[in-house]
Design a protein around this ligand. Structure first.
Ligand SMILES: Nc1ncnc2c1ncn2[C@@H]1O[C@H](COP(=O)(O)OP(=O)(O)OP(=O)(O)O)[C@@H](O)[C@H]1O
Ligand SMILES: [Mg+2]
Length: 366
């Protein structure tokens, strides 16, 4: 699949900008703070319906504007699709000091409004930027977000299960809180009966989420990689079941929060010992790996993500590389450039010297 055109209106620092992209490699060159990452953010937004970096989505609306529009033309299987995201700060001015409430976000496919569930996944991308290096060492929530992003792109049922799980989790936590605060006998019985409903919902959706996460991690561990070193992932699953919920029930009420389930999942990066050692010995990469090893492990994971999406959807996702060349050594830059040639790839860089000899469509931002 390819993005052939991108139109930005009042998105971040772009007031009006259109970009034509090559089917092969496009390189976006420009100095710091010119908007290179913003362009990739717009593409990621069209893919997932979410930003990968904005804490509040309205941060993406240009300072001097109330409405932001991101439009992209996508081609897959000889079919063209128009994807559109419209963002606001929740209100627009309709007269002097008169405001109207408007939706904060609208998602459209070929001009028709869609729910996130049906918008996401129309465009598939793999995004790789310097912040991904935190995946090895930073908090589990980052790794869960990574898993959710990959699986949400390829599987509508996963998207539905996640949304349903998150909603159920909020309700269940609220109920746990009420059970803690109100210990009257009357409420104790009805409250506990209601808890069973949410237990079932979380178990049903949680099972599905965990199953798909497990499959993905198995895929990553067994996929054939262009990177030679021996990395692996270990799924650190927080299983959810009737018996586990039963076991933790009193603790959960005391803490007013759900203590087991996929929202507590994690995975661990490992690297095999030196050749002289037993190869079945996998060290944990977060505490023991060098910065370079951690970097390569993330590259290894990203390449696996690319293959996973390819294999599970029969479509090649668009590869988005944000300024990663300065992070990689010569050999691994070579690996990335080789991979870049096998699907549409968009590379940003502040330093054109990294892409001097690359046969690519050049886009200069200034
Ligand atoms: N809502 C917004 N409205 C206007 N400008 C914004 C908005 N949000 C961010 N910006 C501006 O966008 C610029 C940053 O863009 P971006 O992160 O894409 O730069 P970059 O080219 O990737 O830079 P670097 O090479 O440093 O990574 C900043 O100057 C920032 O002030
Ligand atoms: Mg940037």
């Amino acid at each position: 699949m390819i993005i052939s055109k991108l139109y930005l209106t009042d998105f971040r620092n772009f007031n009006k900008r259109s970009l034509g992209l090559s089917e092969n490699i496009s390189v976006i060159v420009g100095p710091n703070a010119i908007g290179k990452t913003n362009v990739l953010e717009a593409m990621f937004l069209m893919s997932s319906g979410k930003s990968f970096r904005a804490r509040l989505e309205e941060e993406m609306v240009a300072y001097n504007s109330e409405i932001s529009r991101i439009k992209g033309l996508i081609r897959a299987d000889n079919q063209n699709t128009k994807l559109e995201v419209v963002l606001t700060r929740g209100r627009i001015e309709i007269g002097e000091n008169k405001f109207e409430k408007v939706p904060r976000k609208k998602l459209l496919v070929n001009g028709v409004a869609k729910r996130l569930l049906d918008f996401a996944g129309n465009l598939k991308v793999v995004l790789f930027g310097p912040w991904d290096l935190d995946l090895v060492t930073e908090s589990p929530s980052l790794r869960r977000r990574f898993l959710d992003n990959v699986l949400s792109q390829v599987d509508r049922d996963y998207r539905r299960a996640s949304l349903s799980y998150e909603k159920g989790l909020r309700q269940r936590n609220k109920l746990l809180w009420q059970l803690r605060e109100d210990s009257s006998v009357a409420f104790r019985n009805t409250g506990r009966a209601r808890l069973l409903f949410w237990d079932k919902l979380l178990i049903r959706n949680g099972d599905y989420i965990a199953r798909r996460r497990e499959e993905f991690i198995d895929f990553v561990n067994s996929h054939k990689s262009q990177i030679s070193t021996d990395y692996s992932l270990e799924y650190d699953k927080s299983a959810i079941s009737e018996s586990r919920l039963q076991e933790y029930k009193e603790e959960e009420i005391a803490a007013a929060t759900t203590l087991v389930g996929p929202h507590r999942d994690d995975f661990i990066f490992r690297i095999s010992g030196h050749k002289s050692q037993v190869t079945s010995l996998f060290r944990e990469l977060a505490p023991y790996g060098s910065r370079g090893e951690q970097r390569m492990a993330v590259l290894w994971l990203k390449l696996a993500e690319l293959d996973f999406i390819k294999e599970s959807t029969d479509e090649k996702p668009v590869l988005l590389l944000d300024d990663i060349f300065s992070e990689l050594d010569h050999e691994h830059r070579g690996v990335v450039m080789k991979v870049a040639r096998s699907q549409q790839t968009i590379i940003t860089t502040a330093d054109p010297h990294f892409v001097e000899h690359v046969n690519a469509h050049l886009i200069t931002l200034k």
